[in-house]
Ligand binder design. Sequence first.
Ligand SMILES: [Zn+2]
Length: 440
Amino acid sequence: MKKLFNKTQTWLECILCGRKKDLLEERKFRCVCGGLYDVKHNLECPLPYVLKKDFYERLELHQSISGVWRYKELIMPYLPKRFVVSLSEGNVPIIEAGRNLEEWVGGDLELWLILEGMTPTGSFKDFGMTVLISVAKAAGIEAVSCASTGDTSASAAAYAAAAGMKCVVILPRGKVTPAQLAQPLVHGATVITLPGSFDDCMKVQRELTEKYGVYPANSLNPARIEGHQATVFQVAQFFNWDFPDWFVVPVGNGSNCSSIGKARRLLLDLKMAENNCRILGCQSLAANPLAESWGRATWKPQERNSKEFLEYWKMLYAPVAVRETTATAARIGDPVSRDKVMREIVASNGRMKTATERDLNEAVSVCGKDGFFVCPQTGIALAGLREAVKEKTINPGSRVVVVSTATGLKFTDSAAKNLAKNIIDAKNCKTDTVARIMKI
Ligand SMILES: [Zn+2]
């Protein structure tokens, strides 16, 4: 096959030893030294103001241009357009927090949410999957597979279907919601469930990749990370190329946190944005290997902005046994992208926080009262934010953007269970009975 782009244009580079590989030929996505890869591009961008003008013009045309591929020059500049597999993802709303949420979080913040549940498959995964499947198509791949807690599998199945590829998804039995189970089935994927946790599924996926060469759609394949960066590009453009003071994200396997950090560094390098923004990564008490090891570190928070801290943290890190939680999509005890997550938290002078089960569920119902039905993982981010405000890690007046990672409509079971007590069952079908209940 004729090379679509050469190694001096786009390549993979190990985050630990710097070894370079060909993006379109790589199948294992794990360096011989054990490190993960970054995708690197030799960007020959037009001047920032030309690029910004193009992005604005495409935004005006947003009905027809994907909110991820709007930023193609920064995401996958050398990929020929004929390989792009898009379902019109991106272009999600960025909204100001409602009065109930603002009051619940406290701290007098300028609080915003980017609603990434408003995508084709209802989660942020579509931002990355459109890029991964496009790269896979360019590489001549015919089948992909992934381990998932529910959102990755829905997205992989949809984009593989759009590309005419086969897709196999490996799920922890009984640990994804009925909506998430229906999604890959609807898109014609092969659905395999295992009697274990996500971490067991991920182990199988990794071995399928390493021993059998199965092309992975998990974020271990860094093409996904490239697409997720559109979150940051969209937010920066929304604020006229100013960063918010903080991005707040739930952390499961770590793809979102990794990509937010990578995009943040890229815009700073290109001088398309100039102010720092910090990342607050949040995990639930049921699955908090990163927040837990961060909390165990004895270094002062303000002294953690260094490579030495990363080395120290690696010694502290240990996987955790996951417990039951409403936030099943982040129920991960040994995140694949943990090194990248911590690299970005440290580089941005960020923080990690743990959210309790009670607080994350409360956050979901508070958002509901403002008119937004968010997923429990968004609840983790909001509850972590509230803790950071209480501790005065985040100052009053700060502009904060919370990444709402999926729609609550994928998680109706847990929401309905929590709120079922509020349902009033009338004992007959008479209007008078209903009127009495309404106290009129
Ligand atoms: Zn390496």
